[in-house]
Design a protein around this ligand. Sequence first.
Ligand code: OOG
Ligand code: MG
Length: 257
Amino acid sequence: MSIIHEAAALLDDAAREHREIDQFPAGHFTLAQAYEIQRASIQRRIERGERHKGIKLGFTSRAKMVQMGVDSLIWGLLTDGMLEEDGGSVDLARYIHPRVEPEVCFVTRRVIDAPLTSLEAADYLEAVAPAMEIIDSRYRNFKFSLEGVVADNCSSAGLVVGAWSRKFDGLANAGVRVQFDGRDVLVGSTGAILGQPLRSVVQASHLLHAAQMSLPAGSLVMAGGATAAVALTPGLHVQCRIGSGHGALGCVAFTTR
Ligand code: OOG
Ligand code: MG
């Protein structure tokens, strides 16, 4: 088996069996190969019946880069198997060492098959929603290199998306608050995401173009965490609120068990 398929199988099995694995040795594969491993591991999920659902960006905020010690923007692929219900109960036994982070999620209205400018981005979007990503590195102690995390599909594991709206205007600097059982655990601003989360769509279009891929209409784009991520434990009520007043995106929530 090639390095690509071997690493993809290891990572995919670890995710399926909820067990952590050792990092690959430094230099085991290049960044370009890491993206090939990512695609091969997603292909395994597709072959098991999951469907492509969109893409996610990683390290679009300083807070995330600093927390994880990685300083390049990265991207991963989403499937429907990662979706958790807004207001639902998340079974942490499906994860290894899950963390939650507040995000903004877009759904596209037109196929994205060319690099977009900031001015064009909103035109390609159907709606926006408050969201949370449940990340879950397959590597021991949640520690990884840039190449390692890319191969591991950027720690993608779960996502919870709230109600859709077309409130694109207030996105540049909306307050972000994550609470566990009514207590603040993460506080920030959507401005932390590349200055404005619509820029994640612009970045996504450039990355897709460079990878000679296109994104069909109706795809999700997760813009990247606005703050650092925090560990989840069973028995929590987790809520994320984005914005306040008239332009607020609203809330998204789940409980853990
Ligand atoms: C990698 C994924 C980064 C984000 O929103 O920045 C990410 C990780 O932190 O494990 O999802
Ligand atoms: Mg994220």
